[in-house]
Design a protein around this ligand. Structure first.
Ligand SMILES: *Cc1c(COP(=O)(O)O)cnc(C)c1O
Length: 401
């Protein structure tokens, strides 16, 4: 522990400018009025709506399929269904949840390439007709259990520089994409297009260019065999605003539109209809996660830093702090007074349930047990990655305002 602490960098983060926003006012009004038990996530639905409209207006003609795993709160799904969004799902329970909140089966895309044959059959029985694959074994299951469906094939991209790489788990080489999509038609399925994912919290809009270039090459090869691909699924990866300011959505849209025109134009192909799978972008900035201080302590009288134990950690809301992936902005009610360095940790008996390993935060010296520490832009991958009851701690609850 001593060593780990010594290597930590000390960082002060200014409160987010969203602190003064109307969204924050709505969230704070709810927290003041209801005082819900902590830890809890409050989602401002107006922000979800704004982000969805910004994205779809920036890329006219593209259709957004919300990646449900980012935040499956029924209120979020219902709002997005009302706005006409589609849904990218990974399992039968996610399909059932979307249907229950107003999605039509034709609005659902089963984007997980890793699925049981029985789940393909169940999804088909529920009316789902869009599937993504990256292997012959899965494609054969689709042919047998989801006949006539539309199939996307995911191409594996090299290192894209995202905060969260998808690594080599998903997708396959582009020549295999060509042969799988060619086989799709022979098996009585519809080849819909190429899909790819540039990794989550992708701060470099140019990352999409490589995927679009690959997709155009694949489409050109198939076109020469008389197979047209009407769609292109450019996945998710659009960022939330944490302590690193991310480029605006319009900038992503411009880069993507230019890449499409350039690569498909060069191949002499018509532009495919674009599908998006935003997750984080739509919900991250909409959420505030309220935690309560359980304990403040020091490990030795010589230490100038304190340990602040909160009622949320990697098992119940703060999984994105793992590996120092994302540094969140925090606010506390005791502002203005003197501050000092702290190590933040969760409430469980797991030694790895420590928020950050490379940085300390600056929090008020007055901070005590029972105070709230609010985590800003925590709407994505917080409640959805919360464990059922590790160590008996209940999962973080969600309130939509
Ligand atoms: C997780 C996931 C997404 C959403 O990613 P974000 O970074 O949250 O936008 C989209 N598509 C697929 C296939 C995914 O697995």
């Amino acid at each position: 522990m001593g060593d780990m602490t010594a290597r930590r960098e000390l960082t002060t983060y200014p409160p987010s400018n969203t602190e003064d926003s109307e969204a924050m006012a709505r969230i704070r009004e709810f927290l003041d009025r209801v005082a819900p038990p902590t830890p809890c996530l409050v989602i401002d639905l107006q922000t979800v709506r704004d982000r969805y409209l910004e994205l779809t207006e920036a890329l006219p003609g593209a259709r957004a399929f919300y990646a449900v795993k980012a935040n499956p709160a029924p209120g979020v799904l219902r709002l997005l269904a009302t706005l006409g969004a589609g849904f990218d799902v990974a399992s039968i329970p996610e399909i059932e949840l979307c249907l229950a909140e107003g999605a039509r089966p034709e609005d659902i895309s089963y984007g997980n390439t890793i699925k049981k044959r029985a789940d393909v059959a169940k999804a088909f029985a529920l009316g789902v007709r869009k599937f993504t694959t990256d292997s012959m074994a899965d494609l054969e299951n689709l042919a047998e259990c989801a006949p006539g469906s539309s199939v996307f094939c995911r191409v594996a991209l090299n290192d894209t520089g995202a905060v969260f790489e998808f690594g080599s788990k998903f997708g396959c080489a582009s020549d295999m994409v060509v042969s799988l999509l060619a086989r799709t038609g022979e098996l009585g399925l519809h080849p819909a297009g190429v899909s790819f994912h540039v990794g989550s919290q992708q701060l470099d809009p140019a990352a999409w260019d490589a995927g679009i270039a690959e997709a155009a090459e694949i489409a050109a090869k198939l076109a020469s065999d008389g197979i047209q691909l009407p769609l292109l699924n450019i996945g998710g990866g659009f960022p939330g605003n944490y302590t690193v300011v991310s480029p605006p959505t319009t900038h992503y849209a411009t880069v993507i539109s230019d890449s499409l025109a350039r690569h498909f134009g060069a191949a002499g192909l018509p532009l495919p209809e674009v599908m998006l799978e935003p997750g984080r972008l739509l919900v991250a900035d909409a959420g505030l996660l309220r935690t309560e201080v359980v304990l403040v302590s020091r490990k030795s009288t010589a230490d100038d830093h304190r340990w602040v134990y909160l009622d949320s950690g990697r098992y119940n809301g703060m999984a994105d702090t793992e590996n120092d992936w994302i540094y969140f902005q925090l606010t506390t009610p005791r502002r203005g007074g003197e501050t000092g360095p702290v190590i933040l940790a969760g409430p469980t008996c797991d030694g790895t349930d420590v928020w950050y390993h490379n940085r300390m935060y600056e929090l008020p010296l007055e901070l005590r047990a029972g105070d709230h520490v609010d985590v800003l832009s925590a709407g994505a991958y917080s409640t959805s990655t919360s464990c059922a009851d590790f160590n008996g701690f209940a999962p973080t609850t969600t309130h939509c305002v």
